[in-house]
Structures are given as C-alpha cells and as structure tokens.
Design a protein around this ligand. Structure first.
Ligand SMILES: Nc1ncnc2c1ncn2[C@@H]1O[C@H](COP(=O)(O)OP(=O)(O)OP(=O)(O)O)[C@@H](O)[C@H]1O
Length: 228
C-alpha cells in the first residue's frame, strides 16, 4: 500500500430506520487516518463510534458517502469482494476475543491466513508471538489460557496478515488495569516497531496515553481531532 492514508472517509453518512424512528448515526463525516499511526476514536455512548468502525472496515454499508481503505473505494465492491478485502486487508480485535474453542492458540492465530490460502510470514509470526510472550502457549486451546493470554492470541491473529489497518473495538473493556496496560503497550509497539496502522474505538480515557491521535465524535459528527 503506497497511499498516505489507511482510511479516508468522505461525507460518510449512515441513517438507521425511517420516519419517526430515523437515527442519523453518522452525519457527513470527513476523516482521514494516516498510515502507521495509532488513532483512538472516542465519544459518548451513541455518538457513532461503532457505526464508523463498521463502515470503515467494510462490515456495513453507509447510506451515502465513501470510504477508501488503503486507496480502494469500498462502495464499488460487491459483497464477495468486500469479504475478501476484509479478510486480507483488515484485522479485528474484539472485546470478547472471538477465538475458536476447538483450535489451538497457533491455529487461531493463523486462521485468517488459512482462510485466504496464504502461508504465514514466519518472521512476522515469530516476532508477534515473541513480543506477546505466548511462545509457550501455542499448543493450548483457548479454555486453557488466561483472559490476558486469550487477548494476546486475538491480537496476534489480527496482525498476522500484515493488514492495512487493525480495528480494535473496546479492546480493554473486559480486562483489568494491568492487562489493559499490557495490551495497549503491545498495540503501541506494533505501531512503532512494525508500522502497523491501528484504530481503537473506546470509552477508556487511559487509552490516550498510548495513541498518536484522538478523534472525538458527538452526535455522528467529528467534533475534534488532536495529535498527541
Ligand atoms: N442497527 C441499528 N438500528 C438502529 N439504530 C442503530 C443501530 N445501530 C446503532 N444505532 C443508533 O445509531 C447511533 C450510533 O450508534 P453507535 O453504536 O455507532 O454508537 P457508539 O458511539 O458506538 O455507542 P457505544 O459507545 O454505546 O457503543 C445510536 O443512536 C444508536 O442507537
């Protein structure tokens, strides 16, 4: 990817429902996320953070406006192509980990590559596993891992394809403060050391300490953008 921005949203609008039940979740949002940066999207409940993430990641279609992911306009893609793009160029870290219980940690980590018919980049895989300190746990199933270890496996899985962008939705929501600090430290390191682009959606004001930029949303609009 040679573009300056990992994500460029222009006039991004998402309206749910109609008539009296109409909700304008995103209202002509213009937002560019630079590559190789750690960006937090913050704002009160209902401000449109999750909706922005879903539209930017190609999980949902906007009502109008455009998202370019690594330079590719998403509006022109058919559903199958959007699924492929998501699989190959986007990584996700969810609060609930979403690990598959029957697979080992290593199998969970390499699952996105297996689905795409790709071989792991051995060096990247070793680096991720080493940085996350889960070398000794790769043969274990999720129920044999602590919450923090499961979260680290989920992080490795999100990063293993070398995606254009990793989205993390409230990644610290289920973690205690020590585990949260470890996870955010790792995400920070993957931006600094690996040049990964990460966008985190969060209520947690402590996340700001780790990020390069904060975008604030209120009522579906960008109300502030600050580089830290
Ligand atoms: N599927 C849906 N149908 C109808 N309205 C929706 C739907 N999803 C979200 N909304 C509404 O859109 C607005 C933005 O929701 P969104 O989930 O993006 O906010 P958020 O900032 O992520 O909130 P939270 O921090 O509580 O997760 C809210 O008013 C919400 O009620």
């Amino acid at each position: 990817m040679t573009e300056k921005y990992a994500i460029e949203a222009t006039g991004l609008t998402k309206i749910y429902g109609s008539g009296d039940a109409e909700v304008i979740a995103l209202d002509h949002v213009d937002l560019a996320v630079a590559r190789g940066r750690f960006t937090a999207i913050m704002g009160p409940s209902g401000s449109g953070k999750s909706t922005f993430m879903h539209c930017a990641a190609g999980l949902d279609r906007p009502t109008s406006g455009e998202v370019r992911l690594g330079g590719t306009p998403l509006s022109g893609l058919r559903d199958n192509d959007l699924t492929d793009l998501r699989r190959e160029r986007v990584g996700f870290v969810f609060q609930s980990f979403n690990l598959l219980p029957t697979l080992t940690a290593l199998e969970n980590i390499t699952l996105p590559l297996d689905l795409a018919g790709r071989r792991p980049d051995r060096e990247l895989l070793d680096r991720l596993v080493g940085t996350l300190g889960i070398e000794g746990r790769l043969g274990h199933r999720p129920n044999q891992l602590s919450g923090g270890q499961q979260q680290r496996v989920a992080c490795a899985r999100a990063l293993v394809t070398g995606p254009d962008v990793v989205f993390a939705d409230e990644p610290t929501g289920a973690l205690d403060s020590e585990m949260s600090a470890q996870l955010l430290g790792f995400l920070r390191e993957s931006v600094t050391e690996l040049g990964q682009t990460i966008v985190v959606v969060t209520h947690d004001p402590g996340v700001a300490e780790y990020t390069d930029e904060i975008v604030r949303l209120a009522d579906g609009r960008v109300t502030g953008k600050a580089a830290l």
